[in-house]
Design a protein around this ligand. Structure first.
Ligand code: UD1
Length: 387
């Protein structure tokens, strides 16, 4: 049986990979390695518990550090484990430092790389996730594009068509699987909120959590809270920038990061979402919550083009000009809700089928005693995909 490693390390990785991991354990000899990039219960353990995932076989304990040291620490830890485990393939998702470090180590050890959310681009060179995704895609053997535009980006970058699968997004599968459980929770009531009468705020991106940018957003959030109360599960990175400061007015309820089910409950019953999260933007479309994106570009432009999401920027002025008129108008919010066509699911099975097919083919090549095409497993996969 082929040996496959899933490598993850952050909240969005765990959620994104959650529908795939149990199936991988049936189809392959499966090892789960956690980098330790996120490590507190509220950013990590709660998702393993709620999503009924087995504990990782290895935790590299990388933790927080400077960017370079974090990537280096993850690489050193992972190389030791991969040399011992010798898998045929390593699966990573998105554009975290964990995913980049995983791909670099696998590439050097000639282990085939599967990348979920391949081809997703914001074309913002200052976005660390975009740079990481581009680098991972160059090294990957299987490029699982979440949508047509991601597939086109990969082709435009010269990546070989046989490596690319139009898979869809596993974030959607995770959300669909868990929504009925989320709906049974009393999250909104426990927070003292009334359904449809509050706005959810999330904020964690590097460009939005540096002091100057954060201050602009906070001034705007305080102003917008005059329209509807705002509930803000604060990301640890944002908390770190603020130190001990509490710059919010009384209509902004700051809480700890929520578990996945509570978060889905909160978003699906909200009036609207103000966010710079990539995963939440997809989930908002699925649950029909108007999402106002605190950025000037997005990984999912299709939802902005359809009118289900709106880009409102991240300055005081842009938020007053673009977010205020939407949040203050029931007609504008209703129009966004109507345009939120539920994205198709099924990515998990498409990814599993492709990996099963290709790794099965590799196994046959090896057990027949034939040399793999070229001299690497990567070439063998390409050849198998072409046949
Ligand atoms: C993005 C990046 C990812 C990177 C991360 C951190 C992309 C496509 N993804 O992820 O590679 O690691 O930024 O920079 O660029 N949630 C909760 N509780 C909360 C808040 C959110 O469960 O309190 C859930 C949401 O429902 C969603 C996920 O967490 O499923 C989103 O995680 P988030 O931290 O917002 O990261 P992304 O922006 O999605």
């Amino acid at each position: 049986m082929a040996k496959v490693v899933t490598f993850l390390g952050t909240r969005p990785d765990i959620i994104k990979l959650s529908p795939l991991m149990p199936l991988l354990s049936h189809a392959f000899e499966h090892t789960l390695i956690h980098s330790g990039q996120h490590y507190t219960y509220e950013m990590d353990g709660v998702f393993f518990d709620e999503l009924h995932l087995p504990p990782p076989d290895y935790n590299l304990g990388a933790g927080s550090d400077t960017q370079g040291r974090q990537i280096a620490n993850i690489m050193i830890g992972l190389e030791n484990v991969l040399l011992k485990e010798s898998p045929q393939a390593l699966i990573v998702a998105g554009g975290t430092n964990t995913a980049l470090a995983g791909a670099l180590v696998a590439n050097k050890l000639d282990i085939a790389i599967a990348h979920l959310d391949a081809g997703v681009r914001t074309f913002n060179q200052r976005s660390p996730e975009d740079t990481n995704r581009i680098l991972i895609d160059r090294m990957a053997t299987w490029l699982f594009a979440p949508g047509e535009s991601a597939r086109e980006h990969l082709l435009a970058e010269g990546l070989a068509a046989p490596k690319i699968s139009l898979a869809g997004s596993t974030t959607i599968d995770a959300c669909r699987r868990n929504l009925h459980l989320a709906h049974m929770r009393p999250t909104v009531e426990q927070l003292g909120l009334k359904p449809n009468e509050y706005i959810v705020l999330t904020l964690h991106r590097a460009e939005n959590t540096e002091r100057g940018a954060l201050q602009e957003i906070i001034s705007a959030v305080n102003a917008l809270s005059r329209i509807w109360p705002i509930v803000f599960p604060m990301h640890p990175r944002t908390r770190q920038t603020l130190g001990g400061d509490d710059p919010f007015n009384a209509a902004v309820k700051v809480i700890k990061p929520l578990g996945y089910l509570d978060m889905l409950n909160l978003v699906s019953r909200s009036r609207a979402l103000l966010t710079d999260s990539s995963g939440l933007q997809e989930e908002a479309v699925l649950v029909g919550a108007p999402a106002l994106i605190l950025r000037n570009e997005t990984e999912w432009p299709q939802w902005v083009e359809s009118g289900a999401n709106a880009l409102v920027g991240n300055t005081y002025r842009s938020l007053m000009d673009r977010a205020w008129p939407i949040l203050a108008s029931e007609a504008a919010l209703q129009s966004m809700r109507r345009k939120a066509a539920a994205p198709a699911g099924g990515a998990t099975l498409r990814i599993l089928r492709r990996l099963g097919h290709d790794l099965g083919t590799i196994r046959k090549l090896h057990t027949a005693g034939q040399p793999a095409v070229g001299d690497s497993i990567v070439e063998a996969v390409k050849a198998a995909a072409l046949s």
